[in-house]
Design a protein around this ligand. Structure first.
Ligand SMILES: Nc1ncnc2c1ncn2[C@@H]1O[C@H](COP(=O)(O)OP(=O)(O)OP(=O)(O)O)[C@@H](O)[C@H]1O
Ligand SMILES: [Mg+2]
Length: 343
């Protein structure tokens, strides 16, 4: 039914609400008129309005996967996220291809925040993991410690790790190196949320070799830009969206977006006008917003306490629920799905 309505009204199904005797389908129409300009996009209260009326609540639906063909607009989308997150927190960047994001390394605010070499990327992920533990420790020992509150309650800025061209890093790793990465990446994406640590991973095609399914599924928000193959859509959004009519239209920065609810909708990424110069914008920041946790030391007890704290606050349960709910929906849709259509 959803895809019939989508085709009838040329809109995107964004929500299905089932009550006894009443099913409500919510369609988003006229997407292009909802496109925002890069200057309008801001992070506010743990949320970013990516298109008018379309919010990514990164505090609730943490981590993002960005996929898309060559020239689809991934890097521009990332520039937008860097700008938005820099205004409120710390941004760490890895560019294993040493291309577009690498140039930021020389700007004052990005000193020590941009890495390109393999070993440096390992260390960035490991340092971010340690940072997460330190942030939990800080929260736990805070005089106003309140169970269940997140980092924002303690006035901590978010800490965002962005890796462009992820496949150029991950697909070159041997078994040992893969383990080294997953050992810190899994906890980062599963437990980062409450402490405000987020991962954003971009790559052309999220096949299992470049990004294990367990990681992909827990990058709750998903964005695809430009033209993808049928398989590319399947890999990005999962098999569950087989009944979705993905259309490869032209236009820069156009694609699809799943804000974490498991339903992709059409996206026009925030428009970057000709006169907007990212380097100039980024040069305006003379410093990155950062917490100084140098003095905090992590003990074995901290790691244990972190595990305890999680179970106490049901963090893992919530995470599991999110993904179980997500998996259940995926399976449900998969069961009644026909094939993905690309026009
Ligand atoms: N939101 C946007 N607003 C205006 N122009 C855009 C936007 N997104 C992309 N473009 C244009 O498209 C070009 C390609 O975008 P971008 O470099 O982000 O693609 P990409 O997906 O990172 O490509 P690659 O796979 O080659 O790295 C940009 O140089 C820019 O001219
Ligand atoms: Mg790029």
């Amino acid at each position: 039914m959803g895809s019939v309505l989508e085709e009838m009204f040329l809109g995107d199904l964004v929500e299905v609400d089932r009550k006894p005797m009443l099913v409500t389908y919510k369609l988003l129409l006229d997407t292009i008129s909802r496109r925002l300009s890069i200057r309008e996009v801001k992070a506010k209260n743990g949320s970013i309005e990516i298109m008018a009326g379309v919010f990514w609540d990164y505090d609730k639906m943490p981590n993002m996967l960005i996929s898309g063909g060559i020239g689809g607009g991934k890097t521009y989308f990332i520039y937008m996220l860097i700008k938005v997150f820099m205004e409120v927190g710390t941004v760490k960047i890895a560019d294993p291809k040493k291309s577009d994001l690498g140039v930021l390394a020389d700007l004052p605010a990005f000193k020590g925040h941009v890495v390109m070499e393999k070993e440096e990327i390992f260390r960035l992920l490991e340092d971010s993991f340690e940072m997460m533990i330190k942030r939990y420790k800080y929260m736990r020992e805070h005089e106003n410690y309140t169970m269940g509150k997140n980092y924002a309650f303690y006035e901590m800025p978010p800490y965002v790790v962005i890796v462009d061209e992820w496949a150029a890093f991950f697909s070159t790793l041997d078994y040992k190196e893969t383990e080294r990465v997953l050992k810190v990446l899994m906890p980062l994406i599963l437990q980062g949320r409450q402490s405000g640590v987020y991962m954003i991973i971009a790559l052309q095609r999220p096949d299992a070799q470049s990004l294990p399914n367990g990681i992909r599924d827990n990058l709750l928000a998903k964005v695809s830009l430009g033209r993808l193959s049928e398989l590319g859509y399947k890999m990005t959004y999962g098999d569950d969206n087989k009944n979705k009519s993905f259309v490869n239209k032209s236009g820069v920065g156009r694609g699809y977006l799943d804000i974490g609810k498991g339903i992709p909708q059409e996206l026009y990424s925030p428009f970057v006008p000709e006169d907007f110069d990212f380097l100039e914008e980024f040069s305006k920041f003379d410093q990155m917003i950062e917490l100084d946790f140098e003095s905090i030391r992590i003990t074995g007890r901290d790691r244990e306490m972190m595990d305890d704290m999680h179970s106490a606050e049901d963090e893992m349960k919530i995470r599991k629920m999110v993904s179980e709910e997500y998996q259940r929906k995926r399976q449900e849709k998969l069961d009644k799905a026909s094939d993905i259509k690309i026009e």
